[in-house]
Design a protein around this ligand. Structure first.
Ligand code: GLN
Ligand code: ZN
Length: 764
């Protein structure tokens, strides 16, 4: 019999119950006991969904109150001293590491949180000391939750982050120099103890996640796999059988690191179906292959025919008893259930499958390959019909869009003139001082704005009333910028709820959900729009607001758009056409918007691409080069339709772009604004080294904190920047948009920023 397996299930619950409970606990509204009871209720509910769906292998210890890596940090006794010294109980200590703690005289910031591989989920980084020790807690979460499921009559497969990945994903604490991987010998005994305990509790198998195997690894990390898994193998029957699990990429370049006698190896066959043959051939003679054929990262219904063919081809190589069918990764990255979507057009709803539906799919696939297709004929037929409907739907295919794409030429990606001619024309028109000041786009989203938007969505005020309100907000924003003495204004984005959804709602080819939340970090969830078909722009999207802003402004007004790559990355993309095709469609739609803004008298246009970097494939080489080429082209296509005198800005929320600086340079944006206030000004050296000719605004202060930087601080920062950038290149702006700030600190900080700029104008 071919078993079905799920690698992990979303934790939030059908109504974001976990978010509500944790936030209520943080706000002092429910007790710790209430929170833990709610967490337990959710775990049980989620196991039951999987069991009822007919899944054979159900995960446990995939749950976390905040983040699964953080759970390991605590269970392994790897909590930095600053969180233990005040005697917080273990739950509060856990949250202190996740989100900081500022209460009762205790003041500790959180540990660093970063993106989990190339997903939008963030994990807490193991933060390690030179003299780090590890010690397993008395009741490890993995054992507790295994027992919890067992008591409910559900046999589970505990999930652990493997030792090599745990260390590789960690870092040395501030002021420490340890290379985490050097701590392996100290960490391994903790895994041994934990695995022994799991076996004693009755666990037959354990899923041990080593997804770092998909990276290009340093030699030392590579060398760590063999001794680790030999050591674990030497424990024989004292520990459960191990499913060595990888996802989000292929492992072909690291095949020699696969443990030889391991019970099973899991690979992601949604992302990299082509690795099947090579990996299957490299397995030990008894090793089982866990074939990840149901997508854990997207919301599309699985194509049963294709998935079954993949599994059959694995069976042909290995035999039925050596194949498991599984989700490609944890389902953490998918929403809870499609059943909550009451407003979706039934035509498109039929194409989707969220976590709960994927559980059913995986069981059907296992049954099809075990008993033959006849056993699930009805489901296969319905699936084929749905695939066919999607492939041929007019919502998917728009011949006009395809036709336009076929006519795109290399020339469409290039501005009319080179930068020197452009900047001269722009300067003539804009007449900006040296060290021009500007902001990144949004101003504080006040509660008043949210109230009015809510009223409008609920139909309590008319569109006319709402538009009037937005105009007033814009007028107010302009007045404030006039008073502050900024040089290039923004309208402040009061009409935008979210930088991608706002555009998605105005484009053909998008669908929206009401409950399809996925966890981004801690209690924070996002609800990405879904790209269902060819994208086009039925009408201008931002021109009305920008045009109004220009009309009430005495200084140049910057139009504000979200770039094609960011729109794509922060949506659920289609899986039936390449992402480069979708990016190009978005680019063409935005290109029309850019040209319309120019026609409306907007002389400066900023196209934000904060997600450009996170789309970078995990390994360097062909795939990364290809990504950069189409991503850069999409940006250029969206912006190159304007006259020389129109100034194109772009913005990124990060400064570490050493590894793809050439791509940033290739965007050919007249002005770039980037995050820089929290990083070393030395990073700007790449601009000097490459003789970067265009303008740059490295953020001069951090907008993530309400703290107001002094004028002197900003001057010092600018002074540092001037070691690397020419005065005529340098713009003065904050790190990012100001939507999460209050007005009070926003104004104070901007006054200091403008004064600092004025100071340097007198010097040069
Ligand atoms: N223009 C956007 C804003 O100011 C940019 C946001 C971002 O880069 N994340 O809010
Ligand atoms: Zn930003």
């Amino acid at each position: 019999m071919v078993q079905s397996a799920i690698l992990g299930f979303p934790r939030m619950g059908v109504n974001r119950d976990l978010k509500k409970a944790t936030e209520a606990y943080w706000g002092g509204k429910i007790s710790q006991a209430d929170l833990l009871a709610e967490a337990k209720r959710l775990r049980l509910a989620h196991w039951k969904i999987q069991k009822d769906a007919g899944v054979d292998v159900i995960p446990s210890n995939d749950f976390a109150l905040y983040d699964q890596v953080l759970c390991h940090i605590q269970d392994f006794g790897a909590v930095p001293e600053r969180y233990t010294k005040d005697g917080l109980d273990s739950v509060d200590q856990y949250f202190a590491m996740g989100r900081g703690h500022q209460k009762g005289g205790i003041d500790v910031p959180s540990l660093e949180m970063v993106k989990w591989f190339d997903s939008n989920y963030h994990y807490v980084k193991p933060t390690l000391q030179n003299n780090q020790t590890f010690k397993l807690v008395d009741s490890p979460k993995a054992v507790v939750e295994f027992n919890e499921a067992k008591e409910a009559g559900i046999k589970t497969r505990p999930v652990l982050v493997g030792p090599v990945s745990f260390l590789h994903l960690g870092k040395a604490d501030r002021g420490q120099t340890v290379d985490p991987i050097d701590l392996l010998n100290k960490l391994l005994p903790v895994y041994e103890q934990l695995l022994v305990k799991l076996k004693e509790a009755g666990a037959e198998t354990v899923q041990i996640d080593e997804p770092t195997l998909v990276f290009d690894l340093p030699a030392k990390t590579k060398a760590a796999f063999k001794p680790t898994y030999e050591k674990l193998a030497s424990l024989g029957d004292k520990i459960p059988k191990l499913v060595f699990t990888t996802y989000f990429g292929d492992i072909v370049h690291n095949l020699d690191l696969l443990p030889k006698d391991i019970y099973a190896v899991h690979i992601d066959l949604v992302r990299n179906p082509e690795q099947l043959e090579t990996v299957a051939a490299a397995l030990g003679p008894k090793t089982i292959l866990s074939a990840g054929v149901v997508d854990g990262r997207n919301i599309w219904k699985t194509n049963f025919k294709r998935a079954i063919e993949t599994v059959e081809s694995a069976i042909q190589k290995l035999g039925k008893e050596r194949v498991i069918v599984a989700t490609s990764s944890s389902l953490l990255h998918t929403p809870h259930t499609l059943a909550s979507e009451k407003k979706l057009d039934p035509e498109v709803a039929d194409w989707f499958s969220f976590a709960s539906e994927k559980a059913v799919e995986i069981a059907i696939i296992a049954k099809a390959v075990t008993e033959g297709p006849a056993a699930v004929r009805e489901q296969l037929e319905a699936n084929a019909k749905s695939m066919q409907a999607r492939a041929t739907s007019s919502r998917t295919n728009d011949p006009k869009v395809k036709d336009r794409q076929s006519k795109v030429t290399a020339k469409d990606h290039e501005r009319l003139s080179q930068f020197p001619a452009r900047i001269a024309a722009q300067q003539k028109k804009l007449n900006l001082p040296l060290f021009p000041t500007t902001t990144i786009g949004s101003f504080p989203q006040t509660s008043e704005i949210r109230v009015q938007r809510n009223k409008f969505t609920k139909g309590e005020i008319t569109e006319e009333q709402y538009d009037k309100f937005i105009e007033e907000e814009i007028k107010q924003n302009v007045k404030i910028q006039e008073e502050l003495g900024l040089d290039v204004f923004v309208h402040g984005e009061p009409e935008r709820n979210d930088m991608v959804q706002y555009f998605g709602e105005r484009l053909n080819g998008y669908a929206f959900t009401t409950h399809a939340w996925v966890q981004s970090y801690g209690s924070r969830c996002v609800r990405p729009p879904i790209i269902v078909g060819d994208i086009s722009r039925p009408a201008p999207m931002t021109v009305k607001e920008s045009k109004y802003a220009v009309s009430v402004s005495s200084k140049p007004m910057k139009g504000m758009l979200t770039g094609p790559v960011t729109c794509l990355r922060w949506s659920f993309p289609r899986d039936d056409v390449h992402q480069s095709v979708q990016a190009q469609q978005l680019a063409l739609a935005l290109r029309d918007e850019v040209v319309d803004l120019e026609k409306a008298g907007v002389d400066v246009i900023q196209v934000d691409e904060p997600a450009l970097r996170e789309g970078l494939p995990l390994r360097s080489g062909k795939e990364r080069d290809a990504y950069l080429e189409w991503a850069v082209n999409a940006f250029k296509l969206s912006t190159a339709g304007v006259e020389d005198a129109t100034q194109i800005h772009s913005h990124f929320c990060y400064s570490e772009f050493q590894d793809f600086f050439h791509a940033i340079a290739a965007l050919d944006a007249d002005v770039l604004s980037i995050e820089n206030s929290k990083s070393d000004a030395k990073l700007l050296r790449v601009f000097v080294d490459s003789a970067y000719p265009r303008h740059i605004g490295p953020g001069v202060y951090d907008i993530h904190s309400p703290r107001v930087p002094s004028e002197q601080e900003i001057r010092d920062r600018i002074e540092e920047m001037l070691q690397f950038l020419k005065p005529e290149q340098l713009w003065i702006d904050p790190d990012c948009g100001l939507k999460t700030r209050q007005w009070k600190e926003t104004k104070e900080a901007l006054v200091n920023m403008v004064n600092a700029a004025k100071f340097f104008r007198t010097k040069y």
